[in-house]
Design a protein around this ligand. Structure first.
Ligand SMILES: [Zn+2]
Length: 309
């Protein structure tokens, strides 16, 4: 049997596919001996033929066995196979069934968004836990890098607690919207995802755990910025504790009452927020009323009355 045949057979076996060696031999023999195709080109032709036949994406076949380990902030190229040592900083809701999990990973250098495809059949990761993500592919979409976890990727839990480097930012602007999924919400006890109509996208109908959060949109007149307040920040800022929110919901027989109250208090007012920039969100550490626009309003009103007088 031809050496190239052996190599092709071995590589396909690693992907769990048994390719008929006789078929490989025959094809190679034809290409090399009959059509005088160079050996390496013949290898590529035959490989591609079987990839197509068995419906295997090329990227999967040509993955290097051990992709180099890099830092999250150093990802600057599209379509590279890399290995990351990261903490799962945040899991986001997935509303697409092809996507099993997505969210944010972080290491000492910073953070990077990730997508884990359902087809990859990989174990679930948990927020706050640390892992080695082996053989993940970098991708660039709308100017932002992310990594995707697919069939050839591996997730190895580690006990080490990775300190995630943050880039702190400040944003001044008006809160222009409070998004649905804010206020009193319920989370899945298994995976911490926010429930939609009492059900988790992954675990179905579950007995949810109450939580409080605010997802808001700010606008500084030039650009909009999504902000996210966790329970602690929401409680301190709105003065509505989780217990109070539950009371309000019980009295009104409607969980949405909490969202309505938060909306009426925050929308249209100016704030300064500081926090870590994570993908499109600022995870709010501090939020306070921005007095500058008010001072400017007062000055303008005073100036106008001075002219009239
Ligand atoms: Zn769940």
């Amino acid at each position: 049997m031809n050496e190239i045949t052996k190599q092709i057979e071995a590589r396909f076996l690693e992907l769990g596919v048994k390719v008929e060696t006789g078929e490989i031999d025959t094809m190679l023999d034809q290409l090399i001996n009959k059509f005088k195709v160079p050996a390496e080109e013949a290898r590529r032709n035959v490989t591609n033929h079987f990839l197509k036949k068995h419906n295997i994406p090329k990227t999967e076949f040509f993955t290097p066995r051990a992709a180099p380990q890099v830092k999250a902030a150093d990802i600057k190229e599209d379509g590279k196979w890399i290995t990351l040592r990261c903490k799962v900083v945040q899991l986001w809701e997935t509303n697409h069934e092809s996507l099993s999990q997505n969210g944010l990973l972080g290491d000492e250098s910073g953070t990077i968004a990730f997508k884990k495809w359902t087809k990859a059949n990989l174990p679930q990761v948990e927020e706050g836990k640390n892992y080695i993500f082996k053989n993940v592919a970098t991708s660039l979409w709308q100017g932002r890098f992310s990594v995707s976890l697919n069939k050839t990727s591996e997730i190895i839990p580690i006990t080490e607690d990775i300190k995630v480097g943050k880039t702190l930012v400040e944003f001044h602007g008006a809160i222009v919207d409070i998004q649905s999924g804010s206020g009193l919400i319920k989370r899945c006890p298994e995976c911490n995802r926010a429930l939609i109509k009492g059900a988790c996208g992954e675990h179905g109908k579950v007995d949810g755990i109450y939580d409080l959060r605010v997802k808001a949109v700010m606008d500084d007149g030039e650009k909009v910025q999504d902000i996210l307040m966790n329970r602690e920040v929401t409680e301190a800022f709105t003065g509505i504790t989780l217990d109070k929110a539950k009371e309000m919901a019980t009295e009104a027989l409607d969980q949405a009452v909490v969202l309505d109250v938060i909306k009426s208090r925050l929308v249209g007012r100016y704030y300064v927020v500081t926090g870590a920039k994570l993908d499109r969100f600022i995870l709010v550490d501090t939020i306070k009323q921005d007095v500058k626009p008010i001072e400017e309003d007062i000055k303008r009103i005073l100036a106008a009355t001075a002219v009239e007088a």
